[in-house]
Design a protein around this ligand. Structure first.
Ligand SMILES: NC(=O)c1ccc[n+]([C@@H]2O[C@H](COP(=O)([O-])OP(=O)(O)OC[C@H]3O[C@@H](n4cnc5c(N)ncnc54)[C@H](O)[C@@H]3O)[C@@H](O)[C@H]2O)c1
Length: 388
């Protein structure tokens, strides 16, 4: 196991060689302290193809967990497999960074956090986007008091769904998927980083379409998926700091014109960049003045570097620095710096998401039991040290 005093690169093994693994493998050489050692998947052909494309070793999961060269497991499996894969990796003595959500129920989330803490291992979880340039700039403006004390806000993520771009989108429409568990982590993670913990929620939910038809190219094109989880959820979040934020997340909306996250403070208003990405423009006002802009592109991890193949030419590139949270966790292990994109933060967000889903089902407001502190701000100088 690597201890805080060690500065050799940490050996990383990826489990889950699907859609998102490509950008992680492409980005990893950008970061300090990480050395990709192998790639595994329950589908050996997928592991072989991704390993060949990115110059690493295809491995079985068992061989990866037994390998002394691998210090950290990057869990990029589907949400319903997150708990089993992360738990097996922790039990094998590996540090773990998981894609979001941490797992698909709160009891398992608590087990993962406890397992890591008992073993003295680090558990990290996406989203790490709040550590990107746009998230850091928004955080700095709030911490500097530019818009005063935040009283209220709104957060919207609404689209037509996933079946038109993801070749295997079934998990999005089953329990463990849905817009709250799939995309809520970005919005709630960003809000908790800016405002601190969520204390209580109210919510409503519905299923907009009973069935989805896969139109993305691939072996499943034309297949029908029965929708078994709410695809439109609206919630009211009460933060411990006193702020109240209305949240709407839906895959039943063709078009809308709401900004992603808008916060209203005693001295002005703030628009936070899209928390799906790492850069972007912060917009703010001084009291009722005009909107002003602050671009994060010149800050570390703010420069646009990526575009989705499904985007129209008119849509600009975005900053996509997936692996940032993994590198921040490696730095924490190597240098004893704070671990911000942590399993504890992800567990608080998971508890808040299940409180929203329970409140939507029962119509009764739900408390979020586990309180946490805001992660310490990541300053520009420390962020710069995460580059290779
Ligand atoms: N696709 C995206 O754009 C995107 C973006 C951000 C986050 N994510 C997250 O990344 C994760 C993976 O998403 P994806 O789109 O790459 O999914 P995917 O279905 O394309 O890939 C998942 C891979 O995990 C493998 N797998 C599943 N269970 C496994 C197990 N028990 N052991 C070993 N391998 C297993 C599957 O065979 C598959 O190859 C999800 O948590 C998702 O929420 C995806």
């Amino acid at each position: 196991m690597v201890t805080a005093a060690s500065t050799r690169p940490l050996g990383v093994g990826i489990i889950g060689a699907g859609v998102i693994s490509g950008v992680y493998m492409k980005n990893m050489p950008l970061f300090a302290g990480l050395s990709l050692r192998g790639c595994a998947d329950m589908r050996p052909d997928a592991a072989r193809a991704q390993a060949a494309a990115h110059g690493t070793e295809p491995m079985t999961v068992d061989a990866m967990l037994a390998s002394p060269d691998i210090d950290m497991i990057l869990n990029l499996t589907v949400p319903n497999a997150h708990f089993a894969v992360s738990h097996a990796a922790l039990t094998a003595g590996k540090h773990v960074f998981s894609e979001k959500p941490l797992c698909t129920n709160v009891a398992d989330g608590r087990r993962l956090v406890a397992e890591a803490e008992q073993r003295g291992l680090l558990l990290g979880c996406a989203p790490d986007t709040f550590l990107g340039a746009g998230g850091r700039l928004a955080r700095q403006m709030i911490d500097d008091g530019r818009v005063g004390r935040i009283v209220a806000g709104s957060a919207f993520l609404m689209s037509r769904g996933m079946e038109h771009w993801h070749p295997d989108p079934e998990f999005f429409f089953k329990p463990g998927g849905g817009p709250i568990l799939d995309l809520g982590p970005y919005y709630l993670g960003a809000l908790v980083n800016l405002l601190g913990p969520i204390a209580r929620v109210q919510a409503q939910g519905s299923i907009g379409y009973a069935e989805r038809i896969i139109t993305a190219p691939g072996p499943r094109t034309g297949e029908r998926i029965k929708v078994e989880t709410p695809t439109t959820v609206t919630a009211l979040l009460q933060f411990t700091c006193g702020a109240q934020v209305s949240l709407a997340m839906s895959w039943d909306v063709h078009r809308h014109s709401h900004p992603g996250i808008e916060l209203y403070g005693t001295e002005g208003s703030l628009r936070v960049p899209d928390p799906n990405f790492f850069g972007g423009i912060v917009e703010f006002t001084e009291q009722a003045g005009d909107w002003q802009t602050a671009d994060s592109a010149s800050l570390a991890f703010g420069k646009p570097n990526w575009r989705s193949p499904s985007w129209p030419a008119s849509r600009p590139d975005q900053a996509n620095y997936r692996c940032l949270g993994l590198a921040e966790m490696a730095r924490s292990l190597q240098h004893g710096t704070p671990h911000r994109s942590s399993g504890r933060l992800a567990l608080h967000v998971l508890e808040a998401m299940f409180a929203i889903l329970t409140a939507a089902e029962t119509g009764v407001a739900c408390d979020v039991e586990m309180a946490i502190d805001r992660p310490p701000a990541l300053e520009e100088a420390e962020a710069g040290l995460l580059f290779a």
